[in-house]
Design a protein around this ligand. Structure first.
Ligand SMILES: C[S@@+](CC[C@H](N)C(=O)[O-])C[C@H]1O[C@@H](n2cnc3c(N)ncnc32)[C@H](O)[C@@H]1O
Length: 194
C-alpha cells in the first residue's frame, strides 16, 4: 500500500483532532475542499471560518457546500488570513482544533493572486495563538511555482524557530519525487509544557 497524498495526510491530522462542535479555520478556501471537510467534521454544532482574498474562491466554496447536510456554520470571509484573529468570535480564540493552509494560487485562476510570506507568516503566527492545546495547523507548500520556493523556505524557517516546549513541527514529503513537489508542514500545540 502506498503513502497517502500530502493533501490527504493534512486532512488526516485535522480529523484526528477536530471533534464535533469544535471551531476550525480554512485559511485558504480556494475551491472549498478543506472547508467542506472541516464543516463535516465540526458538524451542526460547530463553526468553520473560511478565508480567501478572491471572491471567485468564496463563490466556488459556497457552491461546493450547497446541498450538503449536517455541516457546521460556515463563515465565508473575504479577508486576508493575516486578519484571522480579529475575524474570530472572541469565544473561539484559543479554541481552534485545526487550521488548514493550502498555499499557492487558485487552480484555473489568476496565478498572480498567490499567497506570499508577508501575509502567510503573520497568519501562521496568529494560527498558533488561536489553536487550543492539542490542536493542529497544516500548511501545504508548493515550491514549484514562481515565488513558491521562497515561501516554502520562509515557512520552514518560521517552523524551525517555534519553541520546542510549546509546539511540535513536522514535514511530510515524498523524497524520491521531483525536488519541487508539494509537501506538508504541520504544527501541533503541545498540551503541557515540557
Ligand atoms: C492553493 S489555493 C487553495 C486550494 C483550496 N484549499 C482548495 O481546496 O481548492 C490558495 C488560495 O489562497 C488564496 N489566498 C491567496 N492569498 C491569500 C491571503 N492573503 N489570505 C487568504 N487567502 C489567500 C488564493 O486566492 C487561493 O484561492
Amino acid at each position: 500500500m502506498g503513502f497517502v497524498s500530502v493533501l490527504a495526510f493534512a486532512q488526516r491530522l485535522a480529523a484526528e483532532r477536530l471533534q464535533p462542535g469544535e471551531p476550525a479555520v480554512d485559511a485558504t478556501a480556494g475551491t472549498g475542499v478543506d472547508t467542506l471537510f472541516l464543516a463535516q467534521k465540526s458538524g451542526r454544532r460547530g463553526t468553520v471560518y473560511a478565508f480567501d482574498i478572491q471572491q471567485e474562491a468564496l463563490d466556488r466554496t459556497r457552491s461546493r457546500l450547497g446541498g450538503q447536510t449536517g455541516l457546521a456554520d460556515v463563515r465565508l470571509l473575504p479577508l486576508s488570513h493575516d486578519r484571522m484573529e480579529e475575524a474570530l468570535d472572541p469565544g473561539h480564540r484559543g479554541r481552534l482544533a485545526a487550521v488548514m493552509f493550502n498555499l499557492g494560487y487558485l487552480p484555473g485562476s489568476d496565478q498572480a493572486l498567490v499567497t506570499v510570506p508577508e501575509t502567510t507568516l503573520p497568519a501562521l503566527d496568529a494560527a498558533c495563538r488561536l489553536l487550543r492545546p492539542g490542536g493542529v495547523l497544516t500548511a501545504v507548500l508548493y515550491p514549484g511555482h514562481e515565488g513558491g520556493g521562497r515561501e516554502a523556505a520562509c515557512v520552514e524557517s518560521w517552523a524551525q524557530a517555534l519553541p520546542g516546549d510549546a509546539f511540535e513541527a513536522i514535514t511530510y514529503r515524498f523524497v524520491n519525487r521531483m525536488a519541487d513537489a508539494p509537501y506538508l508542514l504541520a504544527v501541533t500545540k503541545r498540551t503541557r509544557l515540557h
